[in-house]
Design a protein around this ligand. Structure first.
Ligand code: AMP
Length: 126
């Protein structure tokens, strides 16, 4: 079944300016802002401006321009916020939760960029 996009989700409302956010970076097709409940010293969400529910939805249906622009913004955020692993940097973890098993809360695709401390193993036991 194709994805159905709920345009009342909190990130859609942020994109429409109905809920405040403080962007740390933006581009033609994407926006980056701090997670309201940070899990580490750095916890940035990067979202496409378009109506995509999950990472796989974005990969399947976004235009090439949107996909490139989104990932270039990810690179910019990593460089600007000390999250890159290049040049001896400390690195980060990028997480995209999807659906029930991914325990996705907000049904608008978002990439969590988390860093600023050592994060431990990737998954905890369920
Ligand atoms: P997920 O479980 O991957 O869907 O994560 C959703 C994330 O959105 C959580 O980490 C929340 O803390 C975050 N979040 C929810 N509402 C807001 C908001 N208004 N501004 C920033 N982050 C939010």
């Amino acid at each position: 079944m194709p994805y159905e996009y709920d345009d009342q989700n909190v990130f859609a409302r942020i994109l429409r300016g109905e809920i405040p956010s403080t962007p740390v970076a933006e581009s033609e097709h994407a926006l980056a802002f701090p997670d309201i409940t940070p899990q580490a010293p750095e916890h940035i969400l990067v979202i496409p401006r378009g109506p995509y529910v999950t990472f796989d939805h974005f990969c399947a249906e976004a235009s090439d321009a949107e996909i490139v622009d989104f990932h270039r913004l990810v690179a910019r955020v990593c460089a600007e916020r000390g999250l890159t692993a290049a040049d001896g940097g400390e690195g980060h973890r990028a997480i995209a939760n999807a659906g029930r098993n991914g325990v996705q809360e907000v049904p608008h695709y978002h990439l969590h960029l988390i860093g600023g401390r050592r994060l431990g193993r990737m998954l905890q036991p369920a």
